[in-house]
Design a protein. Structure first.
Length: 256
């Protein structure tokens, strides 16, 4: 990709941001604040990502057709729920107004060798979420083996994922450039119209820019846009706004 100024990188990252609050202490007031924060003087974040129980409240604030989309999580964070339970969770989320569903695969079963568990879960939730965007969380920091990350990516894509996502943000190792590289190559080789979402631990514009450069090196200079790429983050917005306002220089990337 062409070299961007820090300000250009920050503005681009804002347009790709799923501004997230999946804290255990989240409440209605926090959701109201999140909806306000997602609408900045420099443009909107792509979406907010929240617990299912807050979808209806967020929709009452944002209204129908709002440019800030509402994403939620299912089978989250453990990936251990029964398929039928996750399907009901998904249907309720869509009814309440979710635009996007972030689904955790049964990654423990997958690590133990059960590929069919992944396919069955993703296909069932794909069928349940109708026209909503389906982002499939692999939990790559728990899978660890990059050959298995590649296989999980392939299974999720084949089963109907609109995006593949690295992490829940709830485990020790979340998004890494190593996992991102594997997942982006799986997308390229599938030739499917599937996006990518790194999540967890991305807190600076410099961090974000590393992922953007990686994606564009693998999938081309015009591939990255809100329909193909999202960042899942809660603190990235602070650095984006600091850079855009000129109040501070961008912080160095943390790496991985």
């Amino acid at each position: 990709m062409e070299l961007q100024s820090p300000r250009e990188a920050a503005a681009f990252a804002l347009s790709l941001l799923d501004l997230t609050n999946l804290r255990d202490d989240c409440d209605n007031a926090a959701i109201e604040n999140l909806c306000l924060r997602a609408q900045t003087p420099y443009g909107n974040s792509a979406a907010i990502c929240i617990w299912p129980r807050f979808i209806a409240h967020a929709r009452s604030i944002l209204g129908s057709g709002h440019p800030v989309r509402i994403a939620t999580v299912v089978n989250f964070p453990s990936g251990d729920l029964a398929v039928a339970e996750v399907v009901e969770e998904t249907k309720k989320a869509v009814e309440d107004g979710a635009d996007e569903i972030d689904l955790v695969i049964p990654y423990k079963a997958f690590i133990a060798g059960d590929e069919e568990a992944v396919t069955t879960m993703v296909e069932a939730v794909r069928a349940a979420c109708l026209q909503s965007t389906l982002k499939v969380i692999l939990e790559t920091g728990e899978i660890r083996d990059m050959a298995l990350v590649r296989r999980a990516s392939e299974l999720a894509i084949a089963a109907g994922a609109d995006f593949i996502k690295t992490s829940t943000g709830k485990v020790q190792v979340n998004a890494t450039l190593e996992a991102a590289d594997i997942m982006l190559r799986a997308i390229r080789e599938s030739k499917a119209n599937v996006g990518f979402k790194p999540a967890g631990g991305i807190s600076t514009v410099s961090d974000a820019d590393l992922y953007l450069r990686l994606a564009e090196s693998i999938l081309g200079p015009n591939w990255v846009m809100p329909s193909t790429f999202r960042f899942g983050a809660s603190s990235l917005l602070d650095d984006i706004l600091a850079v855009l306002s000129g109040s501070t220089a961008p912080r160095a990337a943390a790496g991985y």
